[in-house]
Write a protein that binds this ligand. Structure first.
Ligand SMILES: NC(=O)c1ccc[n+]([C@@H]2O[C@H](COP(=O)([O-])OP(=O)(O)OC[C@H]3O[C@@H](n4cnc5c(N)ncnc54)[C@H](O)[C@@H]3O)[C@@H](O)[C@H]2O)c1
Length: 235
């Protein structure tokens, strides 16, 4: 493990790391709340000022997240939200949870991921962990996110850490929510997997490391395909 990796791991395990979540929708807000509940000082970033205002006022707009939880985390100072990406300078970890809607041609629209990564790149610093959670095709993290972040002049696995972890949230499900849905995580390097796994282990019951970002991306694609086939069959 590089010196920066060991130091980040130590901050994560002692819950002193400053965590950030980009995109505060159905996926991002529950994740930000779980991280803050685990004791991390957490900052949410979103372009939608109404969501930022709601969080700052201690109000939830996602049915699975009780307003009382957001309010308590605001009172304790564990949860903040902003539209200003320059806060990335102060963060140790960043989870990207922006939309990837299908285009007319049925391929995912990557513009939200690219826009978020372009902003993060401006403020990324050594010792930071970036995890993509948006649903996407196998290869996205390696082929799109990695080259963009490396333009900042740092080496992955040494200076900064990058992983993919598919989101499997099932909105409205009373039994399975962010905390108890097993989280699959695959890093660009073994060290990336190790630090990303450590982060999730602080706030999620079961973490399943896999050998690469592509495997983690493929897991999600396979699960969505399985569900789609079953829905088609029932219909
Ligand atoms: N909702 C689900 O049930 C679910 C389940 C599994 C996976 N996913 C995947 O997770 C990802 C997020 O989905 P969601 O349902 O949370 O979407 P959402 O639309 O509820 O939330 C996305 C948020 O990202 C914000 N955003 C967009 N571009 C941004 C940018 N450049 N910078 C900062 N914020 C930005 C939007 O304002 C919005 O608040 C998608 O890839 C989706 O496919 C969703």
């Amino acid at each position: 493990m590089s010196v920066l990796g060991s130091s980040l791991l130590e901050k994560i395990e002692s819950r002193h790391a400053r965590t950030g979540v980009v995109g505060l929708g159905y996926v991002g807000l529950p994740l930000a709340v779980e991280l803050a509940k685990a004791g991390f000082h957490t900052t949410g970033i979103d372009l939608d000022q109404r969501k930022i205002d709601a969080i700052m006022a201690g109000r939830s707009y996602i049915p699975d997240v009780p307003t009382a939880e957001v309010q308590a985390l605001r009172t304790s100072g564990k949860l903040n939200a902003t539209t200003d990406f320059s806060v990335v300078k102060e963060l140790d970890t960043i989870n990207i949870c922006v939309p990837t809607p299908l285009r007319k041609t049925k391929d995912p629209d990557m513009t939200f991921i690219l826009a978020a990564v372009a902003e993060i790149k401006k403020y990324i610093h050594p010792g930071q962990l970036v995890i993509l959670e948006s649903t996407t095709y196998p290869g996205t993290t390696d082929e799109l996110v990695l080259p963009a972040l490396e333009e900042a002049g740092m080496k992955v696995g040494q200076d900064f850490f990058l992983a993919f972890s598919p989101e499997r949230i099932d909105p409205g499900n009373k039994q399975y929510q962010t905390r108890n849905i097993p989280k699959v995580v695959g890093g660009v390097t073994a060290q990336c997997t190790q630090v990303a796994k450590a982060l999730y282990e602080q706030s999620i019951d079961t973490v399943v490391p896999v050998s690469s970002t592509r495997v983690a991306e493929m897991v999600k694609l396979l699960e969505n395909t399985f569900r789609s086939v079953n829905i088609g069959l029932v219909n």
